[in-house]
Design a protein around this ligand. Structure first.
Ligand code: NAP
Length: 287
């Protein structure tokens, strides 16, 4: 399996990216685990999951260093997404933050640079920072994360705002709020949504998802795990890119295989019953 077999989706700039990528939150926290984490990302890349999502926040740069290790010698295969802290997201702060990220990953250019979440810096300044970085060849595309519909509409009207390539948000079977308004609007605009925590991350929240009898019933029918069905469901949504994080190689392979699970109309109906879609607008869910 390689990138050629991977389903892709076009960003507004026309660049195509895999619909299934890899997350890196909590990687780089412990130097003793870095080699194993980098190997997991390399395995994912071998399987076509060449979009890698990271952030200056993750392990305060440690995750970007793991990404740097993973893509050493194969930078051209990878599509690197990183994120700037809101408190750095002003023109000068962004130039410095981006340089630090590039250095940690040992690359010249970030493929897609996102504002991690909206903070107190006016979005006009952040957009200008993105434009300058793009002009200098330090980033290719830019976008936002954790921005609700109202925030997106406002951003799109600002100078440079029309260039938004994505909005990365929390989306999985338990967190379907964006289906009411944000997701349909992004589809209309041709802006892919990047679904983070597609497996609901960890702990009791993840158990509530993966242990749900409705999900397990569908998984049994396909003879796959409930995590794979949860991921297949996200991947079945039009205009959505999913970025599960996995260090365990069994998980990496399982996630790639989830892309090949064809959920039926009956599966989708049962999942809707178990995890009802939103009936009204809700505040944006985030981690
Ligand atoms: P996630 O991908 O929903 O879940 C990750 C957890 O699920 C890990 O413990 C992983 O274990 C496990 N896992 C992975 N594949 C599995 C499988 N097939 N079966 C069973 N368990 C599996 O959680 P996440 O890390 O929160 O979200 C994914 C990525 O989205 C992050 O890593 C980050 O890049 C991004 N993110 C962005 C934001 C934002 O604000 N923009 C917020 C949160 C996350 P192992 O690692 O042990 O394999």
């Amino acid at each position: 399996m390689n990138t050629a077999d991977m389903k892709t989706l076009a960003l507004p700039s026309g660049r195509r990216v895999p619909v299934l990528g890899q997350g890196t939150w909590y990687m780089g926290e412990d130097p003793a685990s870095a080699a194993r984490e980098a190997q997991a990302l390399q395995l994912g890349m071998d399987l076509g999951m060449t979009l890698i999502d990271t952030a200056e926040m993750y392990a305060e740069g440690g995750a970007e260093q793991v990404v740097g290790k993973a893509i050493a010698g194969r930078r051209d295969e990878a599509f690197i997404v990183s994120k700037v802290y809101p408190h750095n997201a002003h023109v000068s702060g962004m130039q410095a933050a981006c340089e630090r990220s590039l250095k940690r990953m040992n690359i010249d250019c970030i493929d897609l640079y996102l504002l991690h979440w909206p903070g107190s810096v006016p979005m006009e300044d952040t957009l200008e920072g993105f434009e300058r970085l793009r002009g200098a060849g330090k980033i290719r595309d830019f976008g936002v994360s954790n921005v609700d519909l109202y925030g997106m509409e406002e951003t799109l009207e600002l100078p440079g705002g029309a260039g938004l390539a994505t909005n990365q948000v929390l989306y999985n079977l338990l967190r379907r709020g964006i289906e009411f308004d944000l997701l349909p609007t992004c589809r209309q605009l041709g802006i892919p949504v990047m679904a983070y925590s597609p497996l609901e991350s960890s702990g009791s929240e993840q158990r509530a998802l993966l242990g749900h009898p409705g999900l397990q019933a569908v998984a049994r029918r396909h003879d796959v795990s409930s995590a794979q069905v949860a991921l297949a469901w996200v991947l079945a949504q039009e205009g959505v890119i999913a970025i599960p994080k996995a260090v365990d190689p069994v998980h990496v392979r399982a996630n790639r295989a989830a892309l090949d699970i064809a959920l039926t109309a009956q599966d989708m109906a049962e999942l809707d019953l178990a995890f009802p879609p939103p009936r009204r607008a809700r505040a944006l869910d985030m981690r």
